[in-house]
Design a protein around this ligand. Structure first.
Ligand SMILES: Cc1cc2nc3c(=O)[nH]c(=O)nc-3n(C[C@H](O)[C@H](O)[C@H](O)COP(=O)(O)OP(=O)(O)OC[C@H]3O[C@@H](n4cnc5c(N)ncnc54)[C@H](O)[C@@H]3O)c2cc1C
Length: 404
């Protein structure tokens, strides 16, 4: 290839859109192609299980429409990458092929489907189109079954209750979001959902789903639940077939080093699609907005030859009813967990401490203290369990002592 360099980004979600913008911020003046298979401008997915399902749609575009032309980013919509020749540095987009100097894979993931569970009344939630279809079901009188009490299932249950829908949640584990939050916080959330009128059934395995007249029958290992709509919220699948077939090492995600580089020269990957080698946590597969944004920026700098790494502690949030959960870092890293506030009252921050430093922060309903804890974590500032536990200690001042 001669002339201007061409960087192709496959996947027009937040990771891809951030990478494109970062290339320009860093002064790259070659061609930037941002290719996505959806018909929309790149958008943010977190609202899809929350405000987007309500009556007034929030703004969700990552950048306003004129941004792409202003930045000379060629946005190619409704086009799928279906093949890749890494030796020739050529990617197949729709029916044609295009050469690249560097390629970024930012294709996110797909909502997991269950074999034999399909039809008009069966919903999944990954895309804007999925959310638009689900919204039609969220009206009083509908009976929604949510299969899976992970974050997306729980958020939709909360939103649906807010819209007057009758909701049953079926979960295999002992409590909602237990895999990430653990049993104690899972039990707290079970109480929150039940108090809001959700029929939450844990320790339940769904065996089959059957159409019946105007609805569905969901058969579990102990019971049958009737509903008018089913949301299968059973997690994310990383679709790596095209990339693995091209010889890029994949293992439940595209394998990348700390700087979002694959093992193949000129090919990078970022966001939900990757299995990332995090300098602190080792090989991780993260499905959070903030990680996708930051990895998109790191990948762009790596494409430009930068010596970069995504080494931030993972950060995510979840909104359910009036409760906002925020989490930073990895509790598994901690030697000691310290609680400030009251878990039973859903007003607390739980800090993970190791060697006198904060390694994780998880809070419910306490955004200012979570932010202060996050700053302590990022700075690696020394702090004691007593300071963290004592509500009379202003955590913002631990790093910035009051003037005498
Ligand atoms: C309903 C919902 C709620 C969420 N809520 C939260 C939250 O509260 N907090 C939080 O931290 N995170 C949340 N997340 C997770 C967050 O949205 C994701 O981590 C983030 O969207 C990942 O961004 P990405 O750019 O890697 O992938 P995506 O956003 O999935 O973008 C990838 C894009 O690539 C396209 N694509 C795939 N294959 C191809 C191909 N072969 N060719 C061309 N295009 C392709 C896809 O269609 C998609 O448009 C939520 C996710 C969902 C679905």
């Amino acid at each position: 290839m001669t002339g201007r360099r061409r960087f192709v980004i496959v996947g027009a979600g937040v990771a891809g859109a951030t990478a494109a913008a970062t290339l320009r911020e860093e002064g790259f003046d070659g061609e930037v192609l941002l290719v996505g298979d959806e018909p929309h401008l790149p958008y943010e997915r977190p609202p899809l299980s929350k405000a987007w399902l309500g009556e007034t749609a929030p703004e969700i575009d990552v950048h306003p429409a004129p941004f792409y032309a202003e930045q000379s980013i060629e946005l190619v919509s409704e086009t799928r990458a279906t093949g890749l020749d890494v030796a020739a540095r050529r990617v197949t987009l729709g029916g044609s092929t295009i050469d690249y100097d560097a390629l970024l894979i930012a294709t996110g993931g797909l909502a997991r489907r269950l074999p034999g569970v399909s039809g008009d009344r069966v919903h999944h939630l990954r895309t804007r189109a999925d959310a638009d279809a689900l919204r039609e079901r969220l009206v009083p009188g509908e009976r929604l079954v949510v299969l899976g009490a992970g974050f997306i299932g729980c958020e939709v249950a909360a939103t649906a209750r807010g819209r007057g829908v009758d909701v049953t949640v079926l979960e295999m584990a002992g409590a909602p979001m237990e895999r990430v939050l653990g049993a104690e916080l899972g039990a707290l959330y079970a109480g929150i959902h039940r108090a809001a009128g959700v029929d939450l059934r844990c320790g339940v395995r769904v065996e089959s789903v059957q159409e019946s007249g105007a609805g569905l029958l969901v058969h579990t290992d102990g019971d049958t639940v009737e509903c008018s709509a089913l949301l299968v919220a059973a997690g994310l699948v990383r679709d790596t077939e095209v990339w693995a077939a091209a010889g890029i090492p994949c293992d439940q995600g595209v394998l990348v080093d700390a700087g979002c580089r694959t093992a193949v020269p000129g090919v990078f990957a970022a966001g939900d699609v990757v299995a990332h080698d995090h300098p602190r946590y080792g090989r991780t597969r993260v499905e959070h907005h903030d990680t996708a944004v930051r990895q998109g920026a790191v990948a762009a700098r790596a494409m430009l030859g930068g010596d970069v790494a995504y080494d931030m502690p993972n950060w995510f949030w979840s909104d359910q009813y009036v409760h906002t959960l925020q989490s930073c870092g990895a509790p598994a890293d901690a030697d000691e967990l310290v609680v400030r506030g009251n878990v039973a009252e859903a007003s607390f921050v739980r800090f993970g401490l190791r060697g006198g430093q904060v390694v994780s922060v998880l809070g419910l309903g306490r955004p200012a203290e979570v932010m202060a804890g996050r700053k302590l974590l990022l700075a690696g500032h020394p702090v004691t369990a007593e300071q963290l536990r004592d509500e009379s200690v202003d955590l913002r001042r631990v790093m910035r002592p009051a003037r005498a």
